[in-house]
Design a protein around this ligand. Structure first.
Ligand code: DOR
Length: 438
């Protein structure tokens, strides 16, 4: 085989693939959009590289070469709010953040509760810089009253169902959703928030909400909802995935469920392992309004503990773009949500890895193999023959989060101005460089 056959060779990086249990310096050969070979044979590398033009070689010395990151929880806003984000712009942000795959939530306008809308999203995604997987709605228009045609959604390509943004308050409907989802072997993703307990809330219920005179949502609103959905999943033998875990009680509930053998998985977002509700009173920045809300230090520590001990399987951004004019209002008037695709990796490195909570392999597992396994997605590994979706990371690169540099159409990030370590150098999708940090 002649070296010139390769599309791309990534040389000298530390290749980490938690799925394969691989973690050492090696060269990755990409051919016809697929991973052709990974070798530690320096001679072979030199021979192959000598025959290749420069633009087909990435020198990754000092960098990490990992499977393309997967974000299982993003809002792409198309159809309906293309002013905030489109599938193309959201995927550009994903590529800049090192993500080669994203799973988009169905709370668009119209809601992704039917085959046509799934197909529309997938067709728009064809021209995008990331693989897009669709999460269909659990109920029609996500109103919680009547199940969506779950079989149809799956047939059109949905990889999970969720009414994210709201809780399926009626347990009978959630029970049926879990039963249908089990038939199709997909998880039901629960936005766990008892709506009666959280009604009217704009932040966490705590000393801070009393101090600021704002209506808070108590932690127990999340805990009750998590416990109910775990019990329902156990009862029907289905799979529940708890989105954006934010409270110590929810971490404990998922931990106990796993210990009892219930098929429950969970994700946590960077803001919930980084920020507390104390931040809100400082400037009343509406970027801090998010749902579930920022909680207390005790909750932040519990979320980190859950990430460390494996209770929380995945790290997901909950990238939720909102228009400037919608966020440029009083705190309690702003819609909840913050963007996250372009800051997640830096926050994972700066707040989890550098502080000694996770090593790179564990962190990468939570952003590759684990979401792929839960949603049965292709990828999440550098296995020979798989699509060459690869992220090259400079682990020591220091940068300051700048609003101007966001690829996302929206800028609602509370991390603007933060100094982070760890940055994507290259994002490669099917052998094609879709992002390069210049
Ligand atoms: O803060 C949030 N924003 N939480 C959600 O559950 C939905 C999301 C959105 O779509 O804006």
């Amino acid at each position: 085989m002649s070296g010139v056959d390769y599309d791309l060779v990534i040389t000298g990086g530390r290749v980490i693939d938690p799925a394969l249990g691989f973690g050492r310096e090696a060269d990755v050969y990409i051919k016809a959009g697929k991973i052709d070979e990974i070798t530690t044979d320096v001679d072979k590398s030199a021979r192959a590289v000598a025959k290749l033009p420069g633009d087909k070689i990435i020198d990754a010395s000092g960098s990490l070469v990992v499977p393309g990151l997967i974000d299982m929880h993003v809002h792409l806003r198309e159809p309906g709010r293309e002013d905030k984000e489109t599938i193309v712009s959201g995927c550009r942000a994903a590529a800049a953040g090192g993500f080669t795959s994203v799973c988009c939530m169905p709370n668009t306008d119209p809601v992704i509760d039917n085959q046509e809308t799934v197909k529309f999203v997938l067709s728009r995604a064809e021209e995008a810089d990331a693989n897009v997987y669709v999460i269909g709605a659990i109920t029609k228009m996500s109103k919680g009253r009547e199940l969506a045609e779950i079989g149809d959604l799956v047939k059109a390509g949905a990889v999970a169902i969720s009414d994210d943004g709201g809780f399926v308050q009626n347990p009978e409907i959630m029970r049926r959703a879990l039963e249908y989802a089990r038939m199709f072997d997909i998880p039901v993703i629960s936005h766990a928030e008892d709506r009666f307990l959280s009604a009217g809330a704009v932040m966490n219920e705590s000393f801070q909400s009393s101090r600021l005179g704002m209506k808070g949502s108590p932690a127990v609103a999340e805990v009750i909802a998590v416990l109910r959905d775990i019990k329902l999943a156990e009862f029907v033998g289905g799979r529940v995935h708890i989105a954006h875990v934010s409270t110590a009680g929810a971490v404990g509930a998922v931990r106990a469920a796993k210990a009892e053998g219930v098929y429950a998985t969970a994700e946590a977002c960077p803001h919930h392992f980084t920020l507390t509700d104390e931040e809100i009173g400082k400037e009343f920045s509406t970027s801090l309004r998010v749902n579930p809300p920022l909680r207390t230090q005790k909750d932040v520590e519990a979320v980190i503990e859950g990430l460390v001990d494996g209770t929380i399987d995945c790290i997901a951004s909950d990238h939720a773009p909102h228009a400037e004019e919608e966020k440029d209002v009083e705190f309690d008037q702003a819609p909840p949500g913050m963007i996250g695709l372009e800051t997640t990796l830096g926050l994972v490195k700066t707040r989890l890895i550098d502080r000694g909570y996770l090593n790179w392999a564990d962190a990468i597992r939570k952003m590759t193999y684990n979401p792929a396994r839960i949603l049965k997605l292709p990828g999440g590994t550098l296995e020979i023959g798989s699509a060459a979706d690869i992220t090259v990371i400079d682990p020591e690169y220091r940068w300051t989060v700048s609003e101007k540099k966001f690829r996302s159409k929206s800028k609602n990030s509370p991390f603007v101005g933060w100094k982070l370590k760890g940055k994507v150098e290259y994002t490669i999708l099917g052998g094609r460089v879709v992002f390069q940090n210049k």
